[in-house]
Structures are given as C-alpha cells and as structure tokens.
Design a protein around this ligand. Structure first.
Ligand code: GSH
Length: 242
C-alpha cells in the first residue's frame, strides 16, 4: 500500500491543510511536509503554481502515482479522494458508502468550507481592514447564519444514529472536522449535541491529533496587530486576476 518514496505535502497549518495532514496520518502513508507560507506569498511562486494553478495550498506530489509515475494533485477534496483510492481506506466498502462519502465531501467543499471561511473573514479579519463596523454587519450576519444552518444539517444527519457523517469513518469526516471551529464562526456547539459528540469522537483519534499538530509552530494569526499580520492581510485579501 505505502509507496517507498514519501508523498510531498505542500501545506500551511489551516483547516484545508489539516484535512490532508489528517488523511495522511490516518492512512499511514509516508509524507514530507513542505511549508507554503501563504502570509508571505509563497503560493504565487512559479514552481508552486505548476502543481497548484489556483495559488492555494494544500497540494501534493506523489512520486509513486498512477503507473508508478509522479502525479501532482491540488484541491483538498481531490487529494482526499486520491489518497483514499491509493490506500484503499476511508472511502466506504461498497458503492453506496462511497456515494455517501462523496456527497458529504462535496457538501463540505462547496458549502461549509467557503461559508465558514467568509464567516471568519467578516467576524474577525475584516475588522482590521474596514474600521466602519456597520459595513461588516450584513456580511457577518449572512455567513454566521449560513454556518448555523450548516451545523444544523450536520446535527440532523448525526441524530439519525450515525457515528460518522457518511456511515463508517471516512474522508468526509476528515474534510468536515477541521472546519468545525465554533468560536471563530459565532456558534455554540451546545446547541448541536450530536455534532458536539461527533466532534469530540473524531478529535480523540490519535491520527487526527497528529495531523492537526503538523506545522503548528508555523501558524500566525491573521487578525493580529503588527506588521507581519498586516502584510499578510494585504497579500491575501482583495486578490484579483494576475
Ligand atoms: N478549495 C481549496 C481551498 C484552499 C484554500 O483556500 N487555501 C488557502 C488557505 S486555507 C490558501 O492557500 N490561501 C492562499 C491565498 O488565498 O492566496 C481546497 O480545498 O484545497
């Protein structure tokens, strides 16, 4: 199952990065972390754009890809599916379970991730850019409400008696878990008891803890005062076509 040459993980410690570090830990695939410091613009370097044309991390290079040839993959959902296929793990054991894993994986990629990202932006980082609070209120309320709705969808799903989102523990859990950050998203997990229990259950897994800890010493705070955080905000927010 495991290739001899380690997978190169292009990474920064954020929720999208954690999805892949958690998956690699869970699957027992050897990997080497290559930091992409998005706060100083390493995501725009030509070498990185070759493997990740959307200038975002995470991305991977697997030296032992299909037919034994190297392959690069960008987009965390595509990476999770690739690693699950490669390792034969955490993608259900039949087509029905794979369909469920895909449904919830895409739900995270198209819904929870982007909406929660906007909630973080309007509730926290934007305050450092737009001093007029009244201009932030609509966006903050819109995305906080949408995250609340999405937490409710997870609550309903888990209340059906599932221990994990798609049935058996899968890449769908690995995609969703890193994005349940209630403090930054204006939510209270006590309002969602099944989601809270699932969050604790997944968070107790040693591989989840190991994946979540990868590169933790690198993580900065985009809402912080100071020159570095200000420069990072300038670089990250308000990007247009290059
Ligand atoms: N849909 C992408 C999103 C990745 C993403 O947004 N990555 C952020 C950090 S969490 C990034 O690299 N940002 C760099 C930038 O905005 O320039 C995925 O899931 O892989």
């Amino acid at each position: 199952m495991a290739s001899s040459a380690p997978i190169e993980l292009y990474y920064w410690p954020t929720p999208n990065g954690w999805k892949v570090s958690i998956a690699l830990e869970e699957m027992g695939l050897p990997y080497e972390m290559r930091p992409v410091n998005i706060g100083i613009g390493e995501q725009f370097e030509p070498g990185f754009l070759k493997i990740s044309p959307n200038n975002r991390m995470p991305a991977i290079i697997d030296p032992d890809g299909p037919d034994g040839q190297p392959v690069s993959v960008f987009e965390s959902g595509a990476i999770l599916q690739y690693l699950a296929r490669k390792s034969g793990q955490f993608y259900g054991s039949n087509e029905r379970e794979r369909i469920a894993a895909d449904e919830w994986l895409f739900w995270q990629m198209g819904g929870l991730g982007p909406m929660a990202g906007q909630a973080h932006h309007f509730r926290s980082y934007a305050r450092k850019i737009e001093p007029d609070e009244s201009k932030l209120e609509y966006g903050a309320a819109r995305y906080t409400n949408e995250v609340n709705r999405l937490y409710g969808v997870l609550e309903t799903r888990l209340a059906l008696g599932h221990d994990y989102i798609a049935g058996p523990y899968s890449i769908a859990d690995m995609a969703i878990w890193p994005w349940i950050l209630p403090d930054g998203q204006g939510q209270d997990l006590n309002d969602f008891p099944h989601l809270k229990a699932w969050h604790e259950r997944v968070g107790q897994r040693p591989a989840v803890q190991a994946g979540r800890a990868v590169g933790k010493e690198l993580r900065g705070n985009l809402a912080a005062d100071g020159k570095d955080a200000e420069a990072a905000r300038k670089l990250l927010f308000g990007q247009r076509a290059r």
